[in-house]
Design a protein around this ligand. Structure first.
Ligand code: GAR
Length: 188
């Protein structure tokens, strides 16, 4: 079985969709959820699905703690699903082409430092964009700049709040992210 690990910082709706998707798989499954936030809702979801969770601090991420945990697991794919800290180069270098992220906008627009979660959707609304979307991409040492794997668009002409945009983007994420992960891990 191929092993997927997830990193998430908040609600974990994407993490849950990915867990559910791979529960049915015969060739890959989610083995561990990593979070930097001890209060994250994703931890309840991990518990509900009897999934091992690792809670770590920002400094654990940048010293050896997280890397050592990963080495013990030996994952085939590391998925950042709503993970809001910068992912360290030391880990990326150990797992070339095996770390991917989902970003809630059509990069290169609305990317970079500070552009995460609702901040993205508020900026999209303020700019009167007619469409937004998601970008699934490899992670490199710069925020949101790794090679794109896929992008998907949605019209937001009828949206009057950042929350409505967020809902549409979440739907798109839930629809595409598990399938794209499956394709990637199959071709690895
Ligand atoms: C998702 O929309 C994801 O794209 C975004 O955080 C949200 C997490 O939702 N990620 C980023 O902004 C990363 N820069 P979730 O916890 O419900 O999956």
């Amino acid at each position: 079985m191929k092993k997927i690990v997830l990193f998430a910082s908040g609600n974990g709706s994407n993490a849950e969709k990915i867990i559910l998707h791979f529960k049915k798989s015969t060739f890959a499954n989610v083995v561990t959820i990593f979070t930097n936030n001890p209060d994250a809702k994703v931890l309840e979801k991990a518990k509900n699905h009897q999934m091992e969770a690792v809670i770590f601090t920002k400094s654990d991420l940048n010293n050896d703690f997280v890397l050592q945990k990963l080495k013990k697991i030996d994952p085939d794919l590391i998925v950042l699903a709503g993970f809001l800290l910068k992912f360290p180069e030391s880990i990326i270098n150990q797992y070339p082409n095996k770390v991917i992220n989902i970003h809630p906008a059509l990069l290169p627009k609305y990317g970079g430092k500070g552009m995460y979660g609702m901040n993205v959707h508020k900026a999209v609304l303020e700019n009167n964009e007619k469409e937004t979307g998601i970008t699934i991409h490899y992670v490199n040492e710069h925020y949101d700049e790794g090679e794109y794997i896929s992008q998907h668009k949605v019209s937001i002409e009828d949206c009057v709040s950042a929350e409505e945009i967020a809902n549409k983007v979440h739907q798109l994420e839930h629809e595409y992210f598990p399938t794209i992960i499956e394709q990637l891990i199959t071709n690895h």
